[in-house]
Design a protein around this ligand. Structure first.
Ligand code: DGY
Length: 436
């Protein structure tokens, strides 16, 4: 199924079996690696999406995925972007680079898009074993609440309603053209380092060295600043209010409020709803009249980052549209779809920075397709939802369970046997078509 010269598109049954097998193969005993050699540890937002996949055939294992991730949660609430449960030498930068090799388990010092509360809610809603789900949600809630308070306190200390990222990896969309301008303000590292990603994957599908030089500079800076949130907020040369992160967080805040209500934590639910209202209002300032879509903001310069990325369509997932913006944004989405054979490109295909093979500068990402489609369905655009689902299914059936895909040719890129690609097939694509 992962061979690039696959000739026969897969049936639903073979896709189901392959997807389950990928998760079993990537299981390292309670946590799932995204792809064996390229990403040999547990990643934050991968774990959330992957748990949805496990939920379709092994509910206990699904809950365990999140328990394992939270083993890496910091005392202050941070849920790190990587938890290094066991050593592996096929990835750079490992725990020593981050200066956190002595933590148990070792972790990085940054985070990733905060989708976990939403995943927990979706897992609970889908659970057949409601007793187990109630017990697991009760155990996870204090962890989630602490993570959300961390976001408000550490990443929006002035209560603007927008949280900031200090590293492009926190957005999950590592080399998006939206980060080109703020990254230009970050000095390149002067130290030697050895990348491992380009030993596994064609360099043309990965970020450039110039970006890695700055990625490394930033992680060194966090270590030198002893991970002190106030100092990083004051001194980090990269400070971006990413629309995608804020949208994903807002949706999680809404879901967390509902989970709290259901658990009888009504005061906390009110805190979360108040936060959601502040965020929703602030996110209106991320609208660009020039592009006719939402964009991110460089909070160091006050400049909007005028890059037409697919993050704008996460507004549906975040539930921030009114009827006018929904209509306008979905017309835009249809224009993007008309520009490439498959949807949805991560960058508007007629943009000068579009590179259909380079990671977050053009390729299609199956899990983002799902999040965008979920919003389309919520706002009554079942047609757009179905088209995204059909494209996602066709790409994976024809090309295999890869990390990302070329919107023009459908070529598959990045890591093979990819966990969240498998999870998206199980939860979304087949979840709607096969008996549960
Ligand atoms: C990587 O190493 O490419 C990851 O995306 C960082 O999280």
């Amino acid at each position: 199924m992962n061979s690039k010269d696959m000739t026969q598109p897969a049936t639903d049954q073979t896709m189901l079996e392959t997807a389950q097998q990928i998760l079993r193969d990537n299981d390292r005993g309670g946590y799932t690696v995204p792809s064996a050699r390229l990403y040999p540890f547990q990643w934050n937002w991968d774990a959330g999406i992957t748990a949805l996949g496990w939920m379709c055939f092994d509910e206990a294992r699904a809950w365990q995925e999140l328990d394992s991730l939270f083993l890496g949660q910091w005392e202050n609430g941070l849920v790190p972007h990587i938890v290094f449960h066991q050593p592996a030498d096929s990835y750079f930068p490992g725990p020593e680079q981050w200066g956190l090799a002595d933590r148990k388990p070792p972790t990085t010092s940054i985070t990733q898009p905060p989708l976990l509360a939403t995943m927990v809610r979706l897992m609970r809603d889908r659970a057949k074993d409601k007793g187990l789900a109630k017990q697991r949600v009760a155990a996870l809630l204090p962890r989630l609440i602490s993570a959300h308070h961390w976001w408000s306190r550490e990443r929006d200390p002035e209560n603007t309603g927008l949280v900031v990222s200090y590293h492009p990896w926190e957005s999950g969309m590592d080399n998006s053209p939206a980060w080109d301008a703020p990254l230009a303000a970050v000095p390149p590292t002067k130290r030697e380092y050895q990348r491992r990603d380009t030993q596994h994957i064609d360099a043309a599908q990965r970020p450039h060295k110039a970006e890695y030089d700055r990625f490394v500079y930033l992680l060194d800076l966090f270590r030198e600043l002893k991970f002190d949130g106030a100092r990083i907020y004051a001194e980090c040369p990269y400070r971006v209010a990413d629309f995608g992160t804020n949208a994903i967080l807002l949706r999680s805040v809404l879901d967390l409020a509902d989970l709290c209500d259901d658990a009888g934590l009504n005061e906390e639910a009110e805190v979360q709803r108040a936060r959601a209202a502040v965020m929703k209002k602030a996110m209106a300032s991320l609208w660009s009249e020039e592009l006719g879509q939402y964009v991110s903001l460089d909070t160091s310069t006050g400049q909007q980052l005028l890059s037409p990325t697919h993050a704008t369509f996460l507004a549906g997932y975040a539930r921030i549209y009114d009827q006018t913006t929904a209509g306008q944004q979905y017309a835009l989405l249809e224009r993007w779809q008309a520009m490439s054979r498959w949807g949805l490109a991560s960058l508007r295909p007629d943009d000068a920075a579009f590179e259909p093979q380079r990671y977050w500068r053009g390729p299609i990402w199956p899990h983002i397709n799902w999040m965008i489609a979920e919003g389309c369905q919520h706002y009554g655009r079942q047609d757009l939802h179905d088209r995204l689902l059909g494209d996602t299914r066709e790409l994976i059936a024809e090309k295999g369970f890869y990390e990302y895909f070329n919107p023009g040719t459908g070529e598959a890129y990045g890591g093979p046997a990819f966990s969240w690609t498998a999870a998206i097939i199980l939860y979304w694509v087949l979840g709607q078509q096969l008996p549960r």
